[in-house]
Design a protein around this ligand. Structure first.
Ligand code: ADP
Ligand code: ADP
Ligand code: MG
Length: 523
C-alpha cells in the first residue's frame, strides 16, 4: 500500500499540502521519507557492486584474451614442430629403405659366399679323392714294380719306380703325432691331446680332456698322417720307396720338423739298441744294403760314403770328428767334412758297412749340440744332417750306366717360438732366433722350388729366384734340392700334450704351407 502511496506522491504538491496536513499525515510522510532514504542508500550500494562486477568481467576478459594469444602461439609452434618431425620421419623412412636394400644385398652376397664355400669344399674333396685314387694306383704300380725288379733290375723298372714317385709328388708332407709319455710319467697339464683322423690323410684337430673340450677348429690335410701308436716300421713303409730312389741316382731329402720333444730324433734315429725302435736313418742303412746286395747280382758296382754334420747357429760342424768341431767353426772356409767310405763292391777286404755306419751314428749322436731349455733337457738346438752318397755303375757289353744318388736325412732343430723360451740365457735366445730363421728360410726355398717346377713348361727366364743363400741350412742343401732328380719329404712331428697345442698348431700350419706346394705343383 505504501509503495502505491509513494508512487502518487509528488514533491511539487508539498508546500500547500504541508499547511493542510494533519500531524498523522506528517508522521506518515516522515516515515515514508526514511524509507525512501533507505532505498536510495541501497540503490547506491547496488550500483557500486555492479561497477565492481563490471570491472571484474573486464579483467577476466583481458586475461582470457592473453590466454588465447598464448594458446595461438603454442599452436603455431606445435605446427612447425610437427612439420619438422614429418620431415625427419621421411628422412628416416628413406634411410630405412636404403638399409633394407643393403640388407637384401648382403643376404645375396652371403648366400653366394656360402655357395662358393661349398664349391671349394667339393673341389677339395674331389681333389683329395683323386689324389687318394692316384696314390692307390701308385701303390699298386709299386707292388708290380717291386715284383718285377726283384726278378731283374732294368732301366725300365727304374723309370717306372720314378714315375710312381712323380705321381706322388716330388715334395711330400707326412705328419706324425707322437704318443704320450709312458705310464707313470706325469704329464705337465694332466691332459693328453687326442688327435682324431678324418681319413688317413686328414687330422681333425685336437681334443683335450673332456672338461676342457677343445673342439676341432681346423682341418689339417697332409699326404699321410700317423696318429698315436704308429710304429717306426709303419712310418718307414711310407718313406722306403723314396729312399730306394737314391739307388737310382736321385737326391732324396727327408726332413723331420717339429717342436722340441715332438719326436723328431725318435722318428729319424730312434733307439739303436732295439731293432723295432730303429728310426728312419738305421732303417735306411739296412734297406739300402739289402737292395744293394741284390743289384750286385746284376753286375751293378757300388761305392758308398757317409757323412754326418750339424748346423748350429748358422755354422756347420762335423759330427764325426769331435776334435775338429770347434776349430772348424772358426774357419769355415777351409772346412772339409769327414767323408767315410763305408763300402765298395771292388774292395777285397771283408766289409761290415751296416755295423760301421751304426758306430758312426752313435758317435754323431754324442757330439750333437744340446742345450737346456724349459721343455726338454736334451733339447736339440742344431739341425743334423746325415748323408749317404751312393755311386753306382752297371757295365755290360752294350752300355755303361752310372748313377750318383744321395740320401739326406735331416733332423731339424726344435721349432719353438721365442716367447716360450722366456727366462733363459741370452745364448738360448740367440739359438732360438737362428733356428726359427733358418726354418722359415727352408720353407721359402721349398715354396720357390715348387712354384718353379709347377711352371716348368714355361720359359726358363720366368723362374723365381730361390733364396738358397738366406741361411746356411738351405745353402748347404742347395745341390741336393736343386738337381733335376731331387725329391723332398717333410715329416712334421707333433706332440700330444695339451700344453703344447699352440706349438703343435704352429707346426701343422707350417707343414700345411709346405704341403700347399704339392697341390699347386700337381695342377
Ligand atoms: P698362442 O696364443 O700361443 O698363439 P693359442 O692358444 O691362441 O696360442 O692357440 C694357437 C692357435 O691354435 C689359435 O689360433 C687357436 O685358434 C688354435 N687352436 C687351439 N686349439 C685348437 C684346436 N684344438 N684345434 C684347432 N685349432 C686350435
Ligand atoms: P725331439 O727330437 O723332437 O726333440 P725326441 O725324439 O727326442 O724329440 O723325443 C722326446 C722323447 O719322447 C724321447 O724320449 C723319445 O724317446 C720319446 N718319443 C718321441 N716320439 C715317440 C713315439 N712316437 N713313441 C714313443 N716315444 C716317443
Ligand atoms: Mg731331437
Amino acid at each position: 500500500m505504501e509503495s502505491t502511496d509513494s508512487e502518487h506522491f509528488s514533491l511539487t504538491d508539498l508546500p500547500e499540502a504541508v499547511e493542510t496536513m494533519s500531524n498523522s499525515q506528517i508522521l506518515k510522510l516522515r516515515s515514508k521519507l526514511v524509507k525512501l532514504k533507505k532505498m536510495l542508500k541501497e540503490n547506491n550500494c547496488g550500483n557500486v557492486k555492479i561497477g565492481y562486477l563490471q570491472q571484474c568481467i573486464r579483467a577476466q576478459k583481458h586475461k582470457n584474451l592473453l590466454q588465447m594469444i598464448k594458446t595461438e602461439k603454442a599452436k603455431a609452434a606445435l605446427l612447425t614442430k610437427e612439420a619438422k618431425l614429418e620431415d625427419q620421419a621421411l628422412l628416416l623412412q628413406e634411410k630405412e629403405d636404403k638399409l633394407q636394400a643393403k640388407k637384401e644385398e648382403l643376404k645375396l652376397r652371403q648366400a653366394s659366399v656360402e655357395r662358393m664355400r661349398e664349391k671349394k669344399q667339393a673341389v677339395e674333396d674331389t681333389l683329395m679323392q683323386d689324389s687318394d685314387q692316384l696314390k692307390s694306383d701308385a701303390a699298386k704300380l709299386q707292388t708290380k714294380i717291386t715284383e718285377f725288379s726283384t726278378k731283374k733290375e732294368t732301366g725300365y723298372s727304374r723309370f717306372l719306380r720314378n714315375t710312381v714317385q712323380e705321381l706322388r709328388g716330388n715334395i711330400r708332407v707326412l705328419c706324425r703325432v707322437r704318443a704320450g709319455p709312458e705310464e707313470g710319467v706325469r704329464v705337465r697339464n694332466d691332459h693328453l691331446v687326442e688327435v682324431t683322423l678324418e681319413s688317413k690323410r686328414c687330422l681333425k684337430g685336437m681334443k683335450v680332456g673332456k672338461e676342457k673340450g677343445y673342439e676341432p677348429k681346423e682341418r689339417f690335410v697332409f699326404d699321410h698322417c700317423f696318429v698315436q701308436g704308429s710304429t717306426q716300421e709303419e712310418v718307414f713303409c711310407e718313406v722306403q720307396n723314396l729312399v730306394t730312389n737314391a739307388l737310382d741316382g736321385y737326391k732324396v731329402c727327408i726332413f723331420a720338423y717339429g717342436q722340441t720333444g715332438s719326436g723328431k730324433t725318435y722318428t729319424m734315429e730312434g733307439e739303436y739298441h732295439e731293432r723295432q725302435l730303429y728310426g728312419i736313418i738305421p732303417r735306411t742303412v739296412v734297406h739300402i744294403f739289402d737292395l744293394l746286395s741284390q743289384r750286385e747280382k746284376d753286375q751293378w758296382r757300388f761305392e758308398i760314403q757317409c757323412c754326418f754334420q750339424e748346423i748350429y747357429m748358422n755354422q756347420i760342424r762335423d759330427l764325426l770328428d769331435p776334435e775338429n768341431c770347434m776349430t772348424q767353426m772358426n774357419k769355415a772356409s777351409s772346412y772339409e767334412p769327414t767323408l767315410v767310405k763305408v763300402y765298395s763292391t771292388e774292395s777285397e777286404e771283408k766289409q761290415t758297412p751296416v755295423t760301421e755306419i751304426f758306430d758312426l751314428l752313435k758317435t754323431a749322436r754324442e757330439n750333437r749340440v744340446t742345450s737346456d731349455n724349459k721343455f726338454n733337457a736334451r733339447s736339440s738346438r742344431s739341425h743334423s744332417i746325415f748323408q749317404l752318397f751312393i755311386n753306382s755303375v752297371q757295365e755290360n757289353s752294350e752300355k755303361k750306366v752310372k748313377f750318383e744318388g744321395c740320401v739326406n736325412l735331416i733332423d731339424l732343430a726344435g721349432s719353438e717360438r721365442l716367447h716360450k723360451t722366456q727366462n733363459v740365457s741370452k745364448k738360448v735366445l740367440e739359438e732360438s732366433k737362428a733356428i726359427n730363421y733358418s726354418l722359415s728360410c727352408l720353407k721359402d726355398v721349398i715354396q720357390a722350388i715348387s712354384s718353379n717346377s709347377s711352371t716348368e713348361d714355361q720359359e726358363v727366364e720366368n723362374e723365381n729366384h730361390v733364396p738358397f743363400r738366406n741361411s746356411k741350412l738351405t745353402y748347404f742343401l742347395k745341390p741336393q734340392l736343386t738337381s733335376e732328380s731331387a725329391k723332398t719329404l717333410m715329416i712334421v712331428n707333433a706332440s700330444s700334450e695339451s700344453a703344447h697345442i699352440p706349438e703343435t698348431i704352429n707346426s701343422l700350419r707350417f707343414a700345411t704351407e709346405v704341403n700347399k706346394c704339392v697341390v699347386s705343383r700337381s695342377r
